[in-house]
Design a protein around this ligand. Structure first.
Ligand code: G3P
Length: 231
């Protein structure tokens, strides 16, 4: 399962990439707005840091198909890396039309704001490379985000669509784990939730105990690198 960062803050992105195996970065207009800077400067900075092989997803703002298409083409022109720059398009009727047009032109398309499996079905038929269900937001509507993603996957597999799921909107580790178990192809997760994937008091205390026991044996500050091998 691919793991992407759902954020546009370059310092947080750098920090997460230092420690975690990351496949790319996703943004949306609200995430970019939090940076309070020119969105292209932010996106170009992210691209420069993650390199040409990582995925970068950025969303159109327009609400008509023709404008979405123009905007998408322009974004890729500015950001480059056509094979790894995904144009995020909301899965509304105008969006479906734009997805068809852009995918025919060879652009990478991520169908976003998906709340039910039939939106995903329509996005897949419209040529989207990824379909992004909003797991936590679906849960908050009283439905089951994980189940929606699984149903989407069943539709894609049974109909032979090439579209992959890029699940978004997470608030906890269990949501990510359940999708991992289900063979979902990609998730995009905010930095604090990524860090939560590995956080556990038992892991921390085991680490402290191991260091403590080893230092009792070999002395303070000693590791397998600097303890005496011949005594
Ligand atoms: O791109 C969609 C995703 O960022 C939504 O996440 O946490 O705002 O529900 P959230």
């Amino acid at each position: 399962m691919k793991l992407l960062i759902d954020d546009a803050n370059i310092e947080r992105i750098k920090h997460i990439c230092e420690f975690y195996p990351i496949d790319g970065v996703t943004t949306n207009p609200s995430i970019l707005a939090k940076e309070g800077r020119n969105p292209y400067l932010v996106l170009k900075e992210i691209r420069e840091f993650i390199g040409p092989d990582a995925e970068l997803h950025a969303q159109v703002i327009s609400l008509t198909a023709e404008e979405m298409v123009k905007e998408g083409r322009h974004m890729v022109e500015i950001l480059g890396e056509k094979a790894k720059t995904f144009i995020k398009i909301p899965t509304i009727p105008e969006g479906l039309k734009a997805m068809r047009m852009l995918s025919r032109e060879g652009y990478k398309v991520t169908a976003t704001a998906i709340y039910n499996p039939l939106q995903a079905y329509l996005a897949a038929k419209s040529g989207a490379d990824y379909a992004a269900p909003y797991i936590n937001r679906i849960d908050n509507l009283g439905s089951n985000g994980i189940q929606v993603a699984r149903t989407m996957q069943d539709i894609f597999v049974s109909s032979g669509y090439k579209t992959r799921i890029l699940a978004a909107s997470f608030k906890n580790s269990l949501q990510v784990q359940e999708l991992c178990e289900s063979g979902i192809r990609a998730v995009t997760v905010a930095p604090d939730v990524i860090e939560g994937l590995i956080k556990h008091p038992c892991v921390d205390s085991a680490d402290v105990t191991f260091v403590h026991d080893f230092e009792n044996l070999c002395g303070e500050g000693k590791t397998m690198l600097n303890c005496e091998p011949n005594k």
